[in-house]
Design a protein around this ligand. Structure first.
Ligand code: HEC
Length: 155
């Protein structure tokens, strides 16, 4: 009986632990323009767009020039999009953006420009079709994601 009780508690604990992140995810976006929901969706798309690029750069997937140009094109289209959703009234929970996004707006914009520049370089390398140039360009892109997150996003 005792044993069964322990298992019941264990199962309950697991259920609660798995329910918690769900609750956090369901926090209502209070902004009439759904800024947070929209920019988060775009960042998720950026993450997904980067995936096939990373797999080729790490030689986990075969390199095919035309397909790769398509992947990079998608990433480049997205590279312009999330920023419009960081308007002055865009800092509200549960954002992971640091206050610096708003207090250091010029630096945040510079980080966007830097990111767009390295994505443009990757697009050039993709057009040239040289995998040995593509690889470091992909590293530059992922470093740019990371460096912006370090300054402007809570982990
Ligand atoms: C110029 C700064 C900047 C760059 C560049 C940037 N991000 Fe972000 N990213 C942010 C900020 C700020 C947030 C937090 C958004 C929020 O919660 O309000 C974020 C959030 C995210 C999230 C979390 C979305 C969610 O559901 O909470 C993911 C995933 C992400 N970024 C991926 C990427 C990837 C992948 C790249 C590069 C290909 C990238 N980001 C480039 C600033 C940046």
């Amino acid at each position: 009986m005792k044993h069964a009780q322990r298992i019941t508690w264990l199962v309950l604990g697991l259920l609660m632990a798995s329910a918690l992140p769900g609750c956090v995810r369901e926090v209502k976006d209070t902004h009439p323009d759904q800024l947070l929901t929209k920019r988060k969706a775009l960042f998720k798309q950026m993450n997904r767009a980067l995936e096939p690029i990373g797999l080729v750069a790490n030689e986990r997937n075969a390199y095919d020039k035309q397909a790769f140009v398509g992947y990079v094109d998608e990433l480049q289209k997205l590279s312009a999009k999330p920023w419009a959703f960081f308007t002055v009234d865009g800092n509200y929970p549960p954002t992971r953006a640091k206050p610096a996004v708003w207090s250091q707006a010029a630096e945040f914009e510079a980080a966007q420009k830097q990111y767009q520049a390295v994505v443009a370089q990757l697009a050039q390398a993709a057009q040239a079709g040289d995998l040995e140039k593509i690889k470091p360009a992909v590293v530059d892109v992922t470093n740019s994601c990371k460096s912006c997150h370090k300054k402007f996003r809570f982990d």
